[in-house]
Design a binder for this molecule. Structure first.
Ligand SMILES: O=C(O)CCC(=O)C(=O)O
Ligand SMILES: [Fe+2]
Length: 279
């Protein structure tokens, strides 16, 4: 879904893209100060780097990324937030605040659409310690695009993802009825990707789409995504209001932390974790 008139100023969007691009252009030595490998070995989600390597035959993606927890605000690991460009931290903070309002409005509209008793149903489900992560992805030009993905097929494990894509280079594709469709670029729109957590809570009324990023032989590409998740300590399950004899619960209850752990396990193998929860 493509969202225009979302209320996030174009300058804030442009600043975020420019600051991310500048970060990726920094010398490797500088970016490594924010590495996601503790002691050069142990993987942590936050920081700069590539996928976690879980097995020697795993196919890696052709991308570099910067992954940071932005909410809850008091859990920010500010030492991993780049200081070059100088305004990176302020820009990311402003971008997060602005997009947070868009996310809440979307979640309310979705509850309305499902005719839930309370428009705040999904917003409340997020919990006090809802987690938001930013994912800045840089896809360098790739000499053999037929051999590797920028990001392999996956569903987002989020409640939803707000995504800003490069306005001059495509690459994002969505799977629909067995066919991969290019997502068109419309500058200054925000792409909304429904995540698995919403699929579960809505008892399958909303579907989390399978998507991927293909590489490009001639051009590099950048995207910035905000991932919204329910508090990892909470459990999610289909809303009781969306279950009846005709449509029983389609998914099991699951703790978000366990779901996310399963997601990465499956992602490295190219399979889908949501399939394991189907009743
Ligand atoms: O780079 C993109 O356009 C998509 C990124 C994505 O799907 C993700 O980070 O989950
Ligand atoms: Fe994604």
């Amino acid at each position: 879904m493509q969202l225009s008139n979302h209320g996030v100023e174009t300058t804030i969007m442009d600043d975020m893209m420019i600051a991310s691009r500048e970060f990726f252009k920094r010398p490797l030595e500088d970016k490594k100060r924010y590495t996601n490998l503790i002691g050069g070995e142990e993987f942590q989600f936050e920081g700069y780097g590539n996928d976690q390597v879980r097995s020697p035959d795993q196919i890696l993606d052709w991308s570099d990324r910067l992954y940071l927890k932005v909410e809850p605000e008091d859990e920010r690991r500010i030492a991993l937030w780049p200081t070059h460009p100088e305004n990176f931290r302020d820009i990311l903070h402003n971008f997060t605040i602005k997009c947070g309002g868009v996310k809440d409005n979307l979640l309310r509209a979705m509850a309305k659409l499902l005719q839930l008793h309370d428009d705040d149903y999904f917003v409340d489900q997020l919990g006090e310690k809802a987690e938001t992560n930013v994912r800045c992805s840089y896809y360098p030009e790739c000499p053999r695009p037929e051999l590797v993905f920028g990001l392999k097929p996956h569903c987002d494990g989020t409640v939803l993802t707000l995504l800003m894509v490069d306005d001059s280079v495509g690459g994002l594709q969505v799977l629909r009825d067995g066919v991969w469709w290019d997502v068109p670029i419309v500058p200054h729109t925000l792409l909304v990707i429904i995540g698995d957590q919403t699929e579960i809570m809505s008892n399958g009324f909303f579907k989390s789409p399978v998507h991927r990023v293909v590489t490009n032989a001639k051009k590099e590409r950048l995207s910035v995504a905000l991932d919204y998740s329910v508090d990892h300590e909470r459990e999610i399950e289909p809303s009781a209001q969306l279950i009846d004899e005709k449509r029983p619960a389609l998914y099991m209850k699951v703790k978000v932390k366990d779901y996310i752990a399963g997601l990465y396990e499956h992602f490295s193998q190219g399979t889908m974790v949501i399939d394991t929860l189907q009743i």
